[in-house]
Design a protein around this ligand. Structure first.
Ligand SMILES: N[C@@H](CCC(=O)N[C@@H](CS)C(=O)NCC(=O)O)C(=O)O
Length: 225
């Protein structure tokens, strides 16, 4: 029987927002179909534009009887899944932890532009570090280290599990591509951040994404107008 859920995703090698939405889906524990959109190809882009209000991935389509619910924006997908699959605890149960988790997930969703621009996601590559980074990228790295340290020491270490709040949450999904960027560019991290990065990279769902990326054809070259 066809799944109720379809997740539109982009190239596993470079589509960091797709990875976030996909990790949240996997941790929701529900079967879903994937529609891989090679959005640099005109026919795929046209399909995406027809399906998604923003023409971007990820897009979640949830068919409930005759109703078709669409959720776009990676963070909104995380929120939708957390609400729908409440027992999966995709947000921490403790209100203070949940407030922190929501704040840092939003901080990631709306910020860290210098880091995202300078250290783009190149999942399977090892690239020159580009260090020393300018002040803006350095500030982003320091802020991420600080967020990870605070979450781990205040909540994560008291819970079982290696993620920010112990078990995997939407906040971890939001930082997943950052871990791959730190690996790709060999960014040196303080020990707590390094251990958390390693935990994300060892996650079995992430490893399934990465294994499929090794099989997928490379993204088409980016054509800049
Ligand atoms: N804020 C959006 C960002 C989505 C986004 O920029 N997706 C990129 C791929 S990572 C995309 O769809 N690019 C295709 C295009 O712009 O044609 C989210 O959180 O989902």
């Amino acid at each position: 029987m066809a799944s109720e859920f379809t997740l539109y995703i982009g190239y596993r090698h470079v589509s960091s927002w797709s990875l976030r939405g996909w990790m949240a889906m996997r941790k929701a524990g529900v079967p879903f179909e994937e529609r891989l959109i090679r959005y640099r190809l005109p026919d795929h882009k046209a399909e995406l534009v027809a399906a998604s209000p923003t023409g971007k991935v990820p897009l979640l389509v949830h068919r409930r009887g005759r109703e078709e619910i669409k959720v776009w924006e990676s963070l909104a997908i995380g929120e939708y899944l957390a609400e729908f699959f409440h027992s999966r605890n995709l947000w921490p149960r403790d209100p203070a932890a949940r407030a922190f988790a929501r704040s840092i997930a939003t901080e990631m969703h709306s910020g860290f532009r210098p880091l995202r621009d300078k250290l783009g996601m190149e999942l399977l590559k090892t690239l020159p570090s580009g260090a020393p980074y300018g002040p803006e990228v350095t500030a982003d790295i320091k802020r991420i280290e600080s967020i990870w340290r605070e979450a781990r020491t205040v909540w994560g270490e008291a819970d079982s599990g290696p993620y920010l709040f112990g078990h995997f949450t939407v906040a971890d999904a939001m930082f997943m591509p950052v871990a791959t960027r730190f690996r790709t560019y060999g960014v040196m991290l303080e020990p707590t951040a390094e251990a958390y990065k390693q935990a994300l990279l060892a996650d079995p769902d992430f490893q399934a994404w990465e294994a499929q990326a090794r099989i997928d054809p490379e993204p088409e070259p980016l054509v800049t107008p």
